[in-house]
Write a protein that binds this ligand. Structure first.
Ligand SMILES: [Zn+2]
Length: 155
């Protein structure tokens, strides 16, 4: 695994342990070249998902983007980080078990909102208010950059 700090490809695993009810393995890695430490997660990938945007453009599903948008919505909320991990895995499992590899971005947004609504109302409002302005979140990067607690309405 390449070091994200210096690019050295010869990094070492310091510690491996199951995370999130054994659906993933968390590995702490160390780079002997620069002394950097980072964490990787290993998960079963049931299938490769493709997101269909409202424009019709196709893009590989990116779990990290999904995770980023959810974590930003959850910022400073009294929700256990472990719970957020479980929630993200739950959403991904739901997408993977839909029986289709091609999933409209709108469906993903709706599943996220539905899940957030059950867990934290403030996070839900943050996500939903930005999501709705972005017409099905077609430009996900822009969407994520807008999704900041300080621009979201207070409740
Ligand atoms: Zn390094």
């Amino acid at each position: 695994m390449r070091c994200p700090f210096c690019g050295n490809i010869d990094t070492q695993v310091k510690d491996s342990r199951p995370a999130e009810d054994h659906v993933s393995i968390r590995r702490r890695r160390f780079c002997p070249a620069c002394g950097g430490r980072f964490t990787t997660y290993e998960r079963v990938q049931l299938r490769d998902l493709v997101v269909i945007k409202t424009s019709g453009r196709r893009e590989d599903f990116d779990r990290d983007k999904l995770e980023r948008s959810i974590r930003i919505s959850m910022q400073k909320r009294p929700v256990d980080p472990e719970r957020i991990d479980q929630m993200i895995s739950g959403i991904v499992r739901r997408l993977e078990s839909m029986g289709e590899t091609d999933i409209p971005s709108k469906v993903i947004g709706e599943i996220v909102m539905e899940t957030l609504a059950r867990i934290d109302t403030v996070a839900y409002v943050r996500f939903a208010s930005v999501y709705k302005n972005f017409q099905a979140a077609d430009d996900f990067d822009k969407f994520v950059s807008e999704l900041r607690p300080d621009v979201a309405p207070e409740t």
